[in-house]
Design a protein around this ligand. Sequence first.
Ligand SMILES: Cc1cc2nc3c(=O)[nH]c(=O)nc-3n(C[C@H](O)[C@H](O)[C@H](O)COP(=O)(O)OP(=O)(O)OC[C@H]3O[C@@H](n4cnc5c(N)ncnc54)[C@H](O)[C@@H]3O)c2cc1C
Length: 376
Amino acid sequence: MTQPRTVLVVGGGAAGNAVTILLRRAGLAVDLIEAKDDWNATAGSGITLQGNALRVLRELGVWEQVEASGYAFGSVGITTPDGTVLHVQDDLRTGGDDLPATVGMQRPRLQQILIDAVRASGASVRLGTRAKSLDQDADGVTARFTDGTEGRYDLVIAADGLSSATRAAIGITARPEPTGMAIWRVAAPRPAGVVRTDLAYGGPAYIAGYCPTSEDTIYAYVVESNRDRASIPPETYAEEMRRLASAYGGFWPEITEHITDPAKVNYTWFDRMLVEGSWHRGRVVLVGDAAHCCPPTLAQGAALSLEDAFVLAGMLTASDTWDEALFQGYYERRIRRVRPVVEASVQIGRWQLDGVRDADVPGLMGRTMAMLRELP
Ligand SMILES: Cc1cc2nc3c(=O)[nH]c(=O)nc-3n(C[C@H](O)[C@H](O)[C@H](O)COP(=O)(O)OP(=O)(O)OC[C@H]3O[C@@H](n4cnc5c(N)ncnc54)[C@H](O)[C@@H]3O)c2cc1C
């Protein structure tokens, strides 16, 4: 009997977990290493999952759990800063008509669902572990780990996110660049009337928005220009977000009451990155934020990362030969779809930074989301 092919997955976020589940299902031997001891099981506030993300989650076999834990909706409201609803736009069902357009979820809940599915897949998982070195030859990759062990693999999948050490280790020099915007985020109880995402444009920030993440919870966010992180001590995060949020009406006064614990408020800059030319070097290949990232103006980062995992796993399991042509084919297939999303996501933020009032934001959003309805 031939030995199953062996894969090392570096990083257990959405992309790494998804590719692990799919490769294990095809009978490959997968080792997953994750830097964080707790596998990021409690990190983050909320996430907006568009239909094309849900389509991959269904392929992973976790759609029922996602549906039961999250909050499905199908439209977005545009409001004035005082909360007056100007327009309600139906969201496009990018995952097909049999899935909701959008599901809001608490990030820790999504991560736990994926962790459970990775565990059930039989992958070997090591937490608190990184790769110290990756040495390639024509047949495979020898990885040496921070826990003193080593392993030999047919393929290494770098799913270690935006600041990927694996990307740097294989000589890809692309780095995330700030777009000029930053976001304050917090989880809060769901006001009874919040049944979809509403976005307020104007006021002291570019956008103030919220998304229901379960029957009981939402996540709320305020987007403004980048500030020097050193000038905002973390112990003032709640105060800073409350100050911005208190300028908004509608459901915001109720939400703002819960912005009290600085440890529960997240402040982060928006970044942009797109690795060009190819997403591999030899037998090490990038997926997810390690290959591309965009500001969440279209809420597509995790969706594209899940799609990468789905496409790569499909190509790997369909082929007896893992060679240059396969990895380049993966890049060509993904870049056609990822580039327009990254560019549109950056453009939407740029228009706001530049104060362009007559920009065709709905048109650009509509064209991009229509493209995403096609299978990846
Ligand atoms: C403010 C903000 C809001 C967003 N909102 C949305 C949204 O609403 N919808 C959406 O679809 N996307 C959204 N995104 C994007 C989304 O979060 C990312 O695209 C997605 O998390 C990428 O998944 P990933 O698995 O590639 O990387 P990550 O989620 O970053 O996972 C990488 C994993 O690798 C681990 N790791 C790192 N280095 C190493 C190492 N050396 N060795 C081993 N493990 C390592 C990390 O601990 C982590 O677990 C948002 C992003 C931001 C910044």
